[in-house]
Design a protein. Structure first.
Length: 419
């Protein structure tokens, strides 16, 4: 296989980031060669609310990443997240076509298509169909059924859907910039590629990406993605609370939040705080560290975790996640994230850093780039699979994300039943 170049575009509520990576023929390393992060405008809770503003920011980010990489970016894997994301687990059954009863690619494609035929509102679109488990003649627990013999093939899949309008808006931004969409990837799934270990996925784990405006959740059970969702609250809400509580601007509140988070060893909670080094425009009323941290910041973090807990309960997998929570996204670094989380959720919690790539890594070894790095890792898996048919990973099959293709695939699925 020749060198492969791949790019990822994360359109976040706080920042837009672009990564370009190369996998050289003679190396197993995935090397980052281009990177840019630029403030995001026109995105709220994962939804594009102003196409022009987003297009301008994406153009800026892409151009800067291209310049650093010395490569033109033509295709990008792009992130999708926010409360418009929902998921369901669907089952498919087909008869095996080969008279010898040996299962081939085509049978696997057909059974996944069968699972994919769900009734969907016109406002929703499938972005991902991930096989969790194959069943051959009633025997379950099969990860790759190709070459096995049987008469009936079944599959349990995890299907992720997103708002059609938001997907169209993203397509529009990409089209306007002459970029081709290599695939939509749910932010929670992308981040899980960059921060989770295989052991955690096998044991059962919850990936929580706490961004600026939303928190994406992906639950893995028995090694497979089994629940995806997103809640409309993120780390920016902590900034808002500080601004309201101290009657200061959002800019000053953000500076205070970052200062406290970077000085996690501030233990003397009863003492007054000295923010003089931050050069804020406002004078801050006397407030104790304990009122600010416990009364304002921790109160909001507790609320975020209560919502995460509700999602875990809703998933039905609360008894299947002994590896606990891996939190990532910029918000994971906030002061109190681990300690408050452990209290509310009662499970182990660790911070996930995207450190599975090499190259220009200093800056991107930060939870806020978990999704961007994940897009690259996810993309490589796809491309390598396409180029090397000996290595098949069915979680990547049938991900033709173009809206029109999806419709034609559904039509083809129905055609197979027409005599
Ligand atoms: N070191 C840090 N300590 C505390 N908070 C941080 C730190 N770094 C970033 N943040 C916070 O993380 C948030 C941004 O996170 P991130 O970059 O993951 O968001 P995003 O991906 O742009 O948004 P979203 O995923 O919600 O669309 C901001 O609220 C920022 O204040
Ligand atoms: Mg994000």
């Amino acid at each position: 296989m020749s060198d492969v170049i791949i790019s990822g575009l994360d359109i976040g509520s706080n920042k837009i980031s672009t990564l370009v990576a190369i996998k050289q023929q003679d190396s197993n390393d995935l090397k980052i060669i281009g990177f840019n992060s630029t403030p995001s405008f026109g995105v709220k809770k994962g939804l594009i609310v102003d196409i022009k503003q987003v297009t301008d920011a994406v153009e800026d980010s892409i151009e800067k990443a291209e310049r650093m990489a010395g490569h033109k970016i033509n295709n990008v894997f792009v992130s999708v997240g926010g409360p418009h994301i929902s998921s369901l687990n669907s089952h498919g059954i087909v008869a095996i076509s080969n008279s010898q009863g040996e299962i081939d690619d085509e049978d696997v494609n057909r059974v996944i298509e069968a699972a994919r035929a769900i009734s969907l509102s016109t406002t929703k679109q499938i972005i991902q169909v991930n096989p969790r488990d194959f069943i051959v003649d009633g025997q379950s627990g099969i990860k790759n059924p190709i070459g096995m013999t049987g008469v009936r093939l079944e599959v349990d899949t995890h299907i992720i859907t997103a708002s059609s309008i938001n997907l169209k808006n993203i397509e529009r931004v990409l089209n306007d910039l002459g970029l081709e969409n290599s695939g939509f990837v749910f932010c929670g799934l992308a981040s899980s590629e960059s921060v989770l270990t295989d052991t955690e996925k096998e044991l059962g784990v919850v990936l929580v990406d706490i961004g600026g405006g939303k928190t994406d959740i992906a639950i893995f059970v028995d090694g497979s993605l089994s629940y995806s969702s997103s809640i409309p609250i993120g780390a920016r809400h902590i900034t808002n609370d500080i601004a309201v509580g101290l009657r200061i601007s959002l800019d000053s509140a953000e500076k205070i939040k970052l200062y406290l988070s970077k000085n996690l060893n501030l233990k003397k909670k009863s003492s007054q705080i000295d923010f003089s080094s931050l050069n804020l425009n406002e004078t801050i009323e006397d407030i104790s560290l304990s009122t600010l941290i416990d009364g304002i910041i921790f109160a909001r973090i507790e609320e975020i975790y209560k919502m995460i807990f509700e999602e875990i309960e809703k998933s039905g997998f609360s008894q299947n996640i002994p590896a606990g929570l891996v939190i990532t996204g910029g918000g994971a670094l906030n002061i109190g994230m681990i300690e408050v989380g452990k209290k509310v959720i009662g499970l182990p919690i660790r911070i996930g850093i995207p450190d599975k790539v090499s190259g220009l890594v200093d800056e991107i070894n930060d939870p806020q780039y978990a999704t961007s790095v994940g897009l690259i890792l996810y993309g490589f898996k796809n491309i390598i699979n396409k180029e090397n048919p000996d290595f098949k990973n069915f979680s990547n099959i049938l991900k033709d994300f173009k809206l029109t293709n999806t419709i034609s695939k559904i039509k083809n699925f129905f055609k197979q039943f027409i005599p």
